[in-house]
Design a protein around this ligand. Structure first.
Ligand code: SAH
Length: 318
């Protein structure tokens, strides 16, 4: 990155973030206690299980089409997919699994968790012959963003031996990469039928503000530190996501807060059953439930929004 900036001069934040995250995800498994951050499916099996149950339910209400595909975008270690598919299998639904993932390291972990899954480089490469049951948790936040200050795009430049933004002020964010992903997904759903659950941190209404953040070793770090060695993300603008999906002809639900959504899907009952089956783990199960649901943990910051084809019902809890 330093050589590139020395040779080419300042680059847009979008180019910087894209290059950093491509390198970051391609070279490591960033998840879990030994990594940089932990996600909902890594906190508890309940997260993927409730999603699996919601997908079975919506599939049944759509008339239980015989051929349907499970798709996950940015599946990390494959934990969510494994938990969701276990519940789906026990309900008699065993769809072929298609994973959209660019990282070779994570692809390997995903195949260990979900043997037989097929990988794709992008949403546009997914097969086009059956309805889709799609999940994306903490995928959209990792896509590069642009930032503008007073109408001028922000660049990253080299100052001495360090990196700095070329301008400061009130920031307005946008993300062509995110728009493109949501648009491709929505077009696929409209053409094939199906639903997508998009879960991420973000806001329900578009608003100005700098939401770029870096995380390393489970702590926030300055965004321009150690390029490619820390996780760079931004908050997802769900109002924008919904507008892009509608533009493609898809239906969207209002965004819900993760905590109340998981409660409507029955996380309390699921936690009780797990604790009954493993009394020694009751404290750990309750702590995980609280972390996923409490407003002062992940419950309010994280939102979920469903996109669905006009001929499919909306998933439960939304
Ligand atoms: N969903 C997982 C992982 C979230 S981390 C979980 O909840 O644990 C972000 C994931 O998106 C990683 O799997 C990363 O490799 C993947 N990813 C990032 N940018 C991507 C891109 N442009 N195309 C496909 N996958 C991408």
């Amino acid at each position: 990155m330093f050589d590139r900036l020395r040779a080419d001069g300042p680059i847009t934040l979008e180019a910087f973030m894209g290059a950093c995250n491509d390198y970051y995800y391609a070279t490591r498994d960033p998840l879990g206690s030994s990594g940089d951050f932990t996600t909902a499916p890594e906190i508890s099996q309940m997260f993927g299980e409730l999603i699996g149950a919601a997908l079975v339910d919506v599939w049944r209400r759509a008339g239980a089409p015989a051929s349907v595909r499970y798709v996950e975008i940015g599946p990390g270690r494959g934990t969510l997919a494994a938990d969701a598919l276990r519940v789906m299998h026990s309900a008699g639904l065993a769809p072929p699994v298609h994973l959209v993932e660019t990282s070779p390291v994570l692809r390997e972990a995903q195949l260990a968790a979900v043997p037989g899954a097929t990988h794709h480089d992008s949403i546009g490469d997914l097969p086009g012959d059956a309805p889709l049951l799609v999940v994306a948790n903490e995928f959209l936040d990792a896509l590069p963003i642009r930032q503008h200050v007073a109408g001028i795009e922000r660049h990253v430049e080299l100052i001495g031996d360090g990196l700095a933004f070329d301008r400061d002020g009130e920031v307005v964010e946008s993300s062509p990469a995110r728009d493109e992903a949501v648009s491709a997904l929505s077009e696929g759903l409209v053409a094939l039928g199906g639903v997508a659950l998009l879960i991420d941190y973000g806001h329900e209404r578009s608003a100005p503000g700098d939401t770029l953040q870096a995380v390393r070793g489970h702590a926030f770090a300055p965004a321009l530190d150690r390029p490619g060695e820390q996780d760079l993300t931004s908050h997802v603008d769900f109002e924008r996501v919904a507008a892009v999906a509608r533009e493609a002809g898809a239906f969207v639900t209002a965004p819900a807060e993760q905590g109340s959504w998981l409660e409507r899907l029955g996380i309390q009952a699921r936690a009780r059953r797990l604790a009954q089956a493993a009394p020694g783990r009751a404290g750990e199960i309750e702590a995980a439930r609280a972390r996923l649901c409490r407003p002062d943990a992940m419950g309010s910051l994280f939102k979920v929004l469903a996109i669905h084809s006009p001929d499919w019902p909306r998933p439960a809890g939304l």
